[in-house]
Design a protein around this ligand. Structure first.
Ligand SMILES: *Cc1c(COP(=O)(O)O)cnc(C)c1O
Length: 410
């Protein structure tokens, strides 16, 4: 039997839905729990064919019934149904009313900066993601914005850095690559009282383990390239907020500049989010095992992991996180050549930038991800030749521990 022509299906569907209310609205009465949200939020069976997966609406434009009369979409820079489904899903994960999905994490960061007026002062945590620091220092500092990098492990440093022009406080926690913890509630409270917006880069914790909006943040940002995507096969970013006015400004920045992610990327992200809760639990378990095994290993000088009771801010981490995700850093007792030897002896961990994928990666921040941080600042905060960062994947933890133990034994 041949399928009916597409327009016939649509005609039939339109007649039916005119009468029937949708059954699959997750927002109705029962509030689903987290694992259920990951699988279902934002997505419904495709109304025309019943396809359970959201289709990839690979289209730039939409046919209009009359001038300015359309079904809610007129051009894919402004909106695309696959992106809409993704945004609904991501908003639900962070408990936000709005999510705006971008072409990259840094495009999302940039959108926040582009809502500021010249003259604004921004306080940034000093151990911020290298690319975020580069965007602030090298690109936006010349547009009349000033950025001040402070150690946010002590919230009092944020209070001290406030000026009357402070409009934004940029928090990242756990930080990259030193895995410092910033007390989100304390810093966001300082920002709010000063009339500044607070943004939390929640990439490392993922929405599964940390909910900054519930701790007082105005905006949550993710590089969806990392845990949200989870399979090292796409670049993306997202902003979530429950502030409607701010969401409108951010959407305008995106619409005006066009840093949207493509329908296929949105589809891949929608698919990835379904397993986010499962993956994060495994990342967390494996990282804890790797961190515990690293303590006391030959040549391992220091282990940086917020899940260890010896981490200086373990108490804050326990209070604001329900798991510690998969990032572990350590310091190797030896020269840069020793570090290179260690890398060359690893078999399961692959030497690469990025993080948050199912496969385990190892990275040398000084020469790789954080090479763009000014050298004096790098040394000041402790990104030195001996620092090694692991993104612990979802392989068997025994294989991961053995890989490191063997590689470090030379
Ligand atoms: C990767 C990353 C970013 C930047 O995201 P892109 O998707 O690479 O543009 C920002 N913050 C953190 C914490 C990251 O790990």
């Amino acid at each position: 039997m041949r399928n009916p022509p597409y327009w016939k299906i649509i005609a039939r569907f339109l007649k039916r839905t005119a009468k029937k209310k949708r059954k699959h609205d997750m927002n109705d009465s029962q509030k689903p729990r987290f694992d259920t949200l990951c699988v279902h939020a934002g997505v419904e069976p495709e109304p025309v064919t019943g396809a359970i997966m959201t289709p990839i609406f690979q289209t730039s434009t939409y046919v209009q019934q009359g001038p300015g009369e359309h079904k809610g979409y007129d051009y894919s820079r402004g909106g695309n149904p696959t992106r809409t489904a993704l945004e609904a899903s991501l908003a639900a994960l962070e408990g936000a009313s709005h999510a705006i999905s971008f072409a990259s994490g840094l495009a999302a960061v940039q959108a926040v900066v582009q809502t500021l007026e010249p003259g604004a002062h921004v306080i940034v945590c000093d151990d911020v993601y290298g690319g975020t620091g580069r965007l602030f220092r090298r690109l936006y500092a010349k547009y009349g914005l000033s950025f001040e990098f402070v150690d946010m492990r002590d919230p009092a440093n944020v209070a001290r850095a406030l000026r009357k022009e402070t409009r934004l406080v940029w928090v990242e926690t756990p930080t990259n690559p030193l895995l410092h913890i910033v007390d989100i509630a304390a810093v966001c409270d300082i920002a709010r009282k000063a009339g500044a917006l607070s943004v939390v880069d929640n990439t490392f914790a993922s929405p599964i383990f940390q909910s900054p909006l519930s701790l007082g943040a105005d905006v949550v940002m993710h590089s969806s390239t990392k845990y949200l995507g989870g399979h090292s096969d796409l670049i993306g970013g997202v902003l979530m907020t429950s502030n409607a006015n701010l969401a409108e400004q951010l959407r305008f920045v995106q619409f005006a500049g066009g840093a949207v992610n493509a329908p296929h990327e949105c589809f891949l992200l929608l698919r990835s989010v379904k397993t986010l809760a499962l993956r994060m639990r495994k990342h967390h378990e494996n990282a804890l095992k790797v961190a515990e095994a690293l303590v006391g290993m030959k040549r391992v000088k220091e282990v940086l992991f917020p899940g260890l009771a010896t981490h200086p801010q373990h108490d804050v981490a326990r209070r604001q996180m329900s798991g510690y995700a998969g990032m572990v850093s350590m310091r190797l007792d030896g020269s840069f050549d020793d570090v290179k030897t260690f890398f060359s002896r690893l078999r399961v961990f692959a030497l690469a930038e990025s993080l948050g994928g199912v496969e385990s990666l190892v990275n040398h921040p000084e020469t790789m991800t954080h090479a763009s941080v000014p050298p004096d600042h790098r040394v000041k905060i402790g990104i030195t030749h001996d620092l090694i960062r692991f993104s612990v994947g979802i392989e068997d933890s025994d294989d991961l521990v053995e890989d490191i133990r063997r590689a470090v034994n030379f």
